[in-house]
Write a protein that binds this ligand. Structure first.
Ligand code: ASP
Length: 436
């Protein structure tokens, strides 16, 4: 019998009732043997996440302020959880020990990790599972990157019968100090545990029934995606679709383990399956959009005949230490699309330098650009995708500022004015929702 790694997010474990629900889900399938919990999240929209309270505790220590308030709330929440679930653990004693250990740390990592630690300590006895502390098993190098030896060392600790609970979000550095992934990093632990344990599936239990074809704030009833590849998901995530931590993709993708995004509150929903590869049934799988870009447009007659112009323009970006996202070209023009938070205040200085060095007919800035990515591995075998997309935009009366299709043909990027973004996404969604 193969095994499954099941990771539960913070909202899925925010209260005793939710933890009971997670336990019921785990008990339904004996293959669910490797369990990775997050720290308790919000029970209501104005509630506090345990990790945020732990970070407040750290900030108070750093600033010589009294951390009494966050400590009291954290103690109360964990005591209530343990009490309601009938788990014998002395939370006050645990918190006192955490408090003295925390004084040894300058960075927030140790305190931030204790939400996952305590939640796993509560969950393990409920499941009759072995608690496995990832300190010393999930290893980071000095730069904070995951050490590849982790898979073997952690894999050894996960051998044997029965269930294992591994708290998410942290491991340790070469000195043995606790180190966390970036926020939302329990997803990464789940992925690492899946690979180290040789699981056949990585289940990621959260508060939504999978990934939607586009942002439901723009298209409220956007269809759920049944199957998507890791590659497609990365393209959508890069454009702002946030479903799982981006570092959680690589360990399972490389090991060829599929990931299933599931809803703890609707455990019968099949959710979304993320696969190493799939047979594309439809050309377009998802549409993601992001605001906050500026275009630098360079126009020069017969530009295509001029050797070195693009290099000179790009070297000016390099001198300003600014990177670009896309560079659509035509015979007489080049556009450089740059994120506003990357361009900062350098726009005018870059344009002035390009004017001097490249001597174009015209160079100018267009701020307020939104990029929309239309993604799908099926596009490369399908004729007429770009035509359908541009026709939909024309019908919705959206002015297309740029269009860029990479050689991989899994992604068409368009640029529109920020004010047109919602209309454009709705038009593209309608054009591809049911197109086979
Ligand atoms: N508890 C951590 C956070 O809030 C990690 C996680 O939940 O994935 O970021």
């Amino acid at each position: 019998m193969g095994s499954i790694t099941s990771k539960f997010g913070g909202t899925s474990l925010a209260s005793a009732a939710m933890i009971r629900q997670a336990v019921a889900i785990i008990n339904r399938d004996p293959r669910r043997r490797f369990i990775v919990p997050s720290a308790p999240g919000k029970r209501t929209p104005d509630d506090k996440k345990i990790t945020d309270l732990l970070l407040t505790w750290h900030a108070a220590l750093k600033n010589d302020l009294d951390p009494g308030q966050p400590i009291a709330i954290i103690t109360q929440r964990f005591s209530e959880l343990a009490g309601e679930l009938g788990v014998a653990i002395d939370i006050e004693k645990e918190i006192a020990e955490i408090g003295s250990e925390a004084k040894k740390y300058d960075t927030p990592d140790y305190l931030a990790s204790r939400g996952e630690y305590l939640n796993a300590r509560i969950l393990a006895p409920l499941l009759g599972a072995k608690f496995v502390d990832p300190a010393g098993l999930i290893l980071f190098d000095y730069e904070g990157r995951l050490d590849e030896n982790t898979y073997e060392i952690l894999g050894d600790a996960l051998k044997g019968e029965g269930r294992f609970v591994v708290p998410g979000f942290y491991g340790s550095d070469p000195e043995g100090h606790i180190r966390t992934f970036s926020r939302g990093g329990s997803d990464v632990t789940g992925s690492v545990v899946s690979r180290a344990s040789g699981s056949e599936l990585y289940e990621n239990w959260t508060d939504v029934s999978g990934i939607r074809m586009t942002d439901p704030r723009i298209v409220p009833n956007a269809r759920r995606i049944d199957e998507i590849t890791y590659g497609e998901l990365r393209e959508l995530a890069y454009m702002g679709a946030s479903v799982i931590h981006d570092e959680a993709i690589f360990p399972v993708q490389r090991a060829g383990i599929p990931m299933n995004i599931r809803n703890t509150m609707q455990p019968d929903d099949p959710g979304t399956m993320i696969l190493p590869e799939r047979l594309p049934k439809q050309p377009v799988i998802g549409i993601a959009a992001k605001k906050g870009f500026t275009m630098i447009n360079i126009e020069k007659t017969m530009m295509n005949r001029e050797v070195g112009l693009a290099r000179r323009a790009l070297s000016i970006l390099e001198e300003h230490r600014v990177s670009f996202e896309h560079m659509p070209t035509s015979i007489d023009s080049i556009s450089l699309i740059i994120r506003d938070d990357e361009l900062k205040q350098h726009g005018l200085s870059i344009v002035t330098a390009i004017d001097r060095v490249c001597e174009p007919d015209r160079v100018w800035l267009t701020p307020g650009i939104s990029l929309i990515a239309t993604v799908g591995e099926g596009m490369s075998h399908h004729i007429g995708v770009a035509a359908r997309l541009t026709a939909a935009l024309a019908e919705a009366r959206v002015n297309l500022r740029v269009l860029d299709q990479g050689a991989s043909e899994t992604n068409i990027i368009i640029g529109v004015n920020e004010d047109d973004m919602e209309t454009a996404v709705q038009a593209i969604y309608s054009a591809f929702e049911n197109w086979k």
